[in-house]
Structure formats: structure tokens, C-alpha cells
Design a protein around this ligand. Structure first.
Ligand code: DMJ
Length: 637
């Protein structure tokens, strides 16, 4: 047996075996070599591991999510130091020191700040907190702030002028109406500024639930265009300034979608068109955005109310079976089309067109539209139809949608014509004394009662006469005249020569109120509105005469030192006041009176359409306009 030569480990020579030599001694020699080799390997792996650990140890500044406390970090640093020293035989002080110094510095800075805070007085601290709060609010506002609107061509505006009536007598009457407007405005300015309305007896601000608990200056916004038309420019400027500085819609207030639309959006848009001041348009759009969540219902029929802050909507508790109201969701079209026109945002247009399409698909009992529609189920509530409260302006807006589209929206016109035909058939009657009235349809029978609100329909019939089917223009103008006459009778048959809230045509009664709670007059405009339309279409002097009777009665019985108030009983020679100066008195009643005594050149009806709160909006000649949004209109049609 040949003994293999033992080779030095370092020689790295592979032992050679002679053939047939015993393997065991050779094996033992090989094992010793391998052990050394393996030990070497383990040692080098260990050193590598130590270096790895050094580089990959967590960096506290980057791993905040572990949320180490100061002690933890220091302890970790020490462990790390020991580990490195032991593993490498070196001291890595140079890496650990900056980390610990930084931590110490941070800690000391925080302590210092806390000490300084404690040294400050309560007032200083309060002021600091307030500054912080204001900064946060301003940042939020900036984020939320008005987005620039796309440039859009101003529709052709005709008839924004003085409207001088010419003859001195008419002029004098008009001046009187202007003076009444000034009294109403100045009183509100003095006693109710910024509130929604005025209590002219108590001489303080007033509001109702339609505006929630907010102070949104409803009277200012509603009155702006009347001030402008009457040439009350200082007052207009004052109102504009208030709006610029105070009108804010980020308020936790639950408001009526309908009322806010007709008074605020309508008012702001009209003020924008008349004055050209951008601020009104911007505010109108900001507000409209706040109303949009009201449309988030299973059917797209909006809730009656919406919280401007949260966007949560709901319906009036009194409405039949949780329904939305026809006159509310059906009185958005004019303003919403203008909003789309002004912004290029099709959402507004789509919302109102969706309502129209949905109604078109529904069955209508006797061709009539019930006042109640459930926004969850899409079914009618109670079968109650009215051209007065709860129904009125739905019909008005069908006609006005057609007019404001420069008579191109024939779908709206057809819907209006069909609705009016059914109304004439089922609701319009002549009393025994020969007065034409519009009653109310309640579950299959006609209630022979007409509301003050219904009196607007005289003007609507006259306005819709031109363009009516089967050449019935003369018939509708005549119907308008008959309604105007009936409503005038309702005024003339009272002690104060002011109309009651509702009047009957039953059991020998003709155009008079029966129940005590129907005898009030709250400065409403509808009868005067009809006089004005009839005047524009006929120039029959009796309309100016009737209008003047109303001016005198209002000035005599509703005027008080703090403004104008409604009265509780128009049949009493000694009436009590309701102590509210309604915003629509300035927006509508006084505006229609002023226009009645102006020339027809002021806001001609071929060029302007008045919304249901008497805010004039220009006719949109959409056919000639090539804005992208209008292409969208066409696509949708
Ligand atoms: C106004 O706010 C509007 O005319 C609305 O359409 C119904 N009535 C009031 C005034 O009476």
C-alpha cells in the first residue's frame, strides 16, 4: 500500500492515489482538510453577514411607521453599535453619532417650542389659533374657489333702456312706484340688511324655512334687477358689494331647491345680463353646483330641499306620500338652460331634459298632471291638479322654454298646448255671475275655488296665444282677459281693494274668500303680472287703471314706516299686519307695476322671457351659435 504524501493545506495540490491503495487513511487526511475549508467558508459568510447587517439596518428617519419612541431608538442604536463592534472588531461610532445627534436636536427643539407656548398668554394663544384657522379656511376657499368660466358670447340684448312712457301722467305714476321701491329697499337696508327678508313693524330681519337657517340676503338678490331697471344705481351698487363680500353658499342650511333657483339663480343671472358684472354669473354657477346633489334620487326627479353643505336632500313632510312637487321640479328649465349656456357644462341641461322625458312617458289621469310625484318610485302621489299653488309654474315654464329657445323647442310648446287643453276641459268654468275661473281637480271632482297664485295664468294664456294650435290665438287672448277680469273682481269686492289668498265660486259666492285663513294679502304679484301682460298685448287702458288701483291700495294699507307689510284680512277696514316684507314684493310686484307704466321698449317680450320670479332672461338664439355645448344640445335632441 503506498502512503499518499500529505500535502500542505496551503499547497492546494490534489493528493494522488496509487492504484489499489487502502482508502481509509487517505480519507481521514481529506476530512481534516475539508473541515478547515468549511470553517473558512463559515467565517467568510459570517463577516459578509455582519457587513450586510451594517448596511441594511433600519434607518429610523425612513421607517416612521414603526413609531419608535426616543428610548427605543437610542437602545436600537446601542444594540447596533455593539453588534457591529463584535462582528467586525471595529467601532462604527461615526455612523451612529449623527443619527443620535439629530434625534436629540429634534427632541430639544420640540421641548423648547412647548416651553415657549406655555410662556404665552391665553390671548396670544387664541390669536395664534385664529390665524391658523383663517389660513386653513382661506386655503380651502382657494381650493373650492370659483373656476374660471369659458368665454361665451353675450346673447343679443335689446331694450335695456329707460322705458320713458312719454306722457307726464303715466310718468308721475311710474315715479310713485319707484319711490315705493326705494322705501322698501331703504327700510330693508336699514333694518334687515343681510337677512333674507324684513319685518317692517318689528324693524328687524326675517326668514322662512325656504331659506333654511341661513342669512343669504334673499331680498338683495331678488331686488337687484328691479333696482337696475328703475335706475336706482347707488342701491344696485350697494347690493352688488354685499354680494361680492358676503354671499357664500358653503353654509349648513337646508334650502328649497325651487325657491333658491327662481329667486337666487334667476335673480343673479338677470343681474348679470342687465349689468354685465361677472360676479353675478360666477355666484349663480357656484350656487347651482350646490343644488345638483338634489337630483341624486332613483328617478332623477329632485328632492324639494337640499342641504347646501352636505348635499343631502329630502322632501317636505306635508307632501303626499313623500312626493316631490310638480311646480317645484318643473320650474328649473329656464335657469338651468342658461347655466349650461354660460358654463358649457351640459349637466344642468341634462337634468331638466331628463325630467321632461320622464314626465312625457307617464300616464296622465284625464290628460292632467297631478301635483305630486314620488322621486323614489316615479309614481304619481295624490291625484290633485292645480294651476295655482303646487302646479302653476310647471305650465308657465313649458311655454317659456319654447319662448326662450327663440320658439325652436317645439317639444316644450306641444307639451304646453296639450296640458292647457286638458286644463281648459276639466278645470276652467264660468260662474253663475259670468266670471271665468280656474278651479282645482281633487280626486275626480272640481273644487270651485281659485287662488291668488292662479291669477298669473291670465298673463300666461295671453303670452302663449301667438303660436297656439288651430289658430286659437284670439281665443287664448280672450281667456287671458277673462281671467284678468275675474282676478280684478276678487280685489274689487274687498274693503281694502286688495285680493284675498283664495276665493270661491260656490253657493251664490262669486270671487270672495270664505274662510278666515284665506282672507290675507301678502304683497303677492300674480294679479298685477297678468295686468301687465294684458297691457303689453292689448294696450287696453283699463289694465293701467287696475294697476294704479293696486298701487294706491298697497301704499295706503300695506305701507308702514319700516317698509311694506302684508295684511291679514282684506275684508276688514282695520286690518292687522303680518309683519313680513316678502322679497317677491321687490322682485315682482313693484317690477311689474313699474313696467306697466313704462313704454314697451323696456325689455320687449320678443327678446326677454321673465322667469316665475319676474327675473328677465334674454331669448337664446341657439340656432346661430356654435359653442361645443350647443352641439351637445343637438346631439341630445
Ligand atoms: C313667487 O315667489 C313666484 O311667483 C312663484 O312662482 C310663486 N309665487 C311667489 C309669489 O306669490
Amino acid at each position: 500500500m503506498t502512503t499518499p504524501a500529505l500535502l500542505p493545506l496551503s499547497g492546494r495540490r490534489i493528493p494522488t492515489l496509487s492504484p489499489g491503495a487502502a482508502s481509509f487513511p487517505h480519507h481521514r487526511a481529506t476530512l481534516r482538510l475539508s473541515e478547515k475549508f468549511i470553517l473558512l467558508l463559515i467565517l467568510s459568510a459570517f463577516i459578509t453577514l455582519c457587513f450586510g447587517a451594517f448596511f441594511f439596518l433600519p434607518d429610523n428617519s425612513k421607517h416612521k411607521r414603526f413609531d419608535f419612541g426616543l428610548e427605543d431608538v437610542v437602545e436600537l442604536g446601542l444594540v447596533y453599535k455593539t453588534f457591529v463592534t463584535e462582528m467586525t472588531g471595529t467601532n462604527k461610532h461615526t455612523c451612529e453619532t449623527p443619527l443620535r445627534d439629530k434625534i436629540r436636536a429634534d427632541h430639544e427643539r420640540a421641548l423648547q417650542e412647548a416651553k415657549e407656548k406655555l410662556r404665552k398668554s391665553k390671548e396670544e394663544l387664541k390669536a395664534e389659533i385664529q390665524t391658523e384657522k383663517t389660513k386653513v379656511a382661506e386655503d380651502l376657499k382657494k381650493k373650492d374657489g370659483p373656476k374660471p368660466l369659458p368665454p361665451v358670447s353675450m346673447p343679443k340684448l335689446v331694450g335695456v333702456n329707460n322705458g320713458d312712457p312719454g306722457d307726464p301722467d303715466t310718468k308721475e305714476k311710474r315715479d310713485k312706484i319707484r319711490e315705493m321701491m326705494k322705501h322698501a329697499w331703504d327700510s330693508y337696508r336699514q333694518y334687515g340688511w343681510g337677512h333674507n327678508e324684513l319685518k317692517p313693524i318689528a324693524k328687524k330681519g326675517h326668514s322662512t324655512n325656504i331659506f333654511g337657517n341661513s342669512q343669504m340676503g334673499a331680498t338683495i338678490v331678488d331686488a337687484l334687477d328691479t333696482l337696475y331697471i328703475m335706475g336706482l344705481h347707488d342701491e344696485f351698487k350697494d347690493g352688488q358689494e354685499w354680494i361680492e363680500q358676503n354671499l357664500d353658499f358653503s353654509v349648513n342650511a337646508e334650502v328649497s331647491v325651487f325657491e333658491v333657483n327662481i329667486r337666487f339663480i334667476g335673480g343673479l343671472l338677470a343681474a348679470y345680463y342687465l349689468s354685465g358684472q361677472e360676479v353675478f354669473k360666477v355666484k349663480a354657477v357656484q350656487l347651482a353646483e350646490k343644488l345638483l346633489p338634489a337630483f341624486n334620487t332613483p328617478t332623477g326627479i329632485p328632492w324639494a330641499m337640499v342641504n347646501l353643505k352636505s348635499g343631502v336632500g329630502r322632501n317636505w313632510g306635508w307632501a303626499s306620500a313623500g312626493s316631490s312637487i310638480l311646480a317645484e321640479f318643473g320650474t328649473l328649465h329656464m335657469e338651468f338652460v342658461h347655466l349650461t349656456y354660460q358654463t358649457g357644462n351640459p349637466a344642468y341641461y341634462q337634468k331638466v331634459m331628463h325630467i321632461r322625458k320622464l314626465l312625457a312617458k307617464m300616464d296622465r289621469p284625464n290628460g292632467l298632471y297631478p301635483n305630486y310625484l314620488n322621486p323614489r318610485t316615479g309614481r304619481w302621489g295624490q291625484h290633485h291638479t292645480s294651476v295655482g299653488g303646487l302646479g302653476d309654474s310647471f305650465y308657465e315654464y313649458l311655454l317659456k322654454a319654447w319662448l326662450m329657445s327663440d320658439k325652436t323647442d317645439s317639444e316644450a310648446r306641444k307639451t304646453y298646448d296639450d296640458a292647457i287643453e286638458a286644463i281648459e276641459r276639466h278645470l276652467i268654468r264660468k260662474s253663475n255671475g259670468g266670471l271665468t275661473f280656474i278651479g282645482e281637480w281633487k280626486n275626480g271632482h272640481l273644487e270651485r275655488k281659485m287662488g291668488h297664485l292662479t291669477c298669473f295664468a291670465g298673463g300666461m294664456f295671453a303670452l302663449g296665444a301667438d303660436g297656439s294650435p288651430d289658430d286659437k290665438a284670439g281665443h287664448y287672448l280672450q281667456l287671458g282677459a277673462e281671467i284678468a277680469h275675474t282676478c280684478h273682481e276678487s280685489y274689487d269686492r274687498t274693503v281694502l281693494k286688495l285680493g284675498p289668498e283664495a276665493f270661491k265660486f260656490d253657493s251664490g259666492l262669486e270671487a270672495v274668500a270664505v274662510r278666515q285663513n284665506e282672507k290675507y294679502y301678502i304683497l303677492r304679484p300674480e294679479v298685477i303680472e297678468t295686468y301687465w301682460y294684458m297691457w303689453r298685448f292689448t294696450h287696453d287702458p283699463k289694465y293701467r287703471q287696475w294697476g294704479w288701483e293696486a298701487v294706491q291700495a298697497i301704499d295706503k294699507y300695506c305701507r308702514v314706516s319700516g317698509g311694506f307689510s302684508g295684511v291679514k284680512d282684506v275684508y276688514s277696514s282695520n286690518p292687522t299686519y303680518d309683519d313680513v316684507q316678502q322679497s317677491f314684493f321687490l322682485a315682482e310686484t313693484l317690477k311689474y307695476l313699474y313696467l306697466l307704466f313704462s313704454s314697451d321698449e323696456l325689455l320687449p317680450l320678443e327678446n326677454w322671457v321673465f322667469n316665475t320670479e319676474a327675473h328677465p332672461l334674454p331669448v337664446l338664439h341657439l340656432g346661430n351659435i356654435t359653442l361645443p355645448v350647443l352641439n351637445h344640445f343637438k346631439m341630445m335632441d
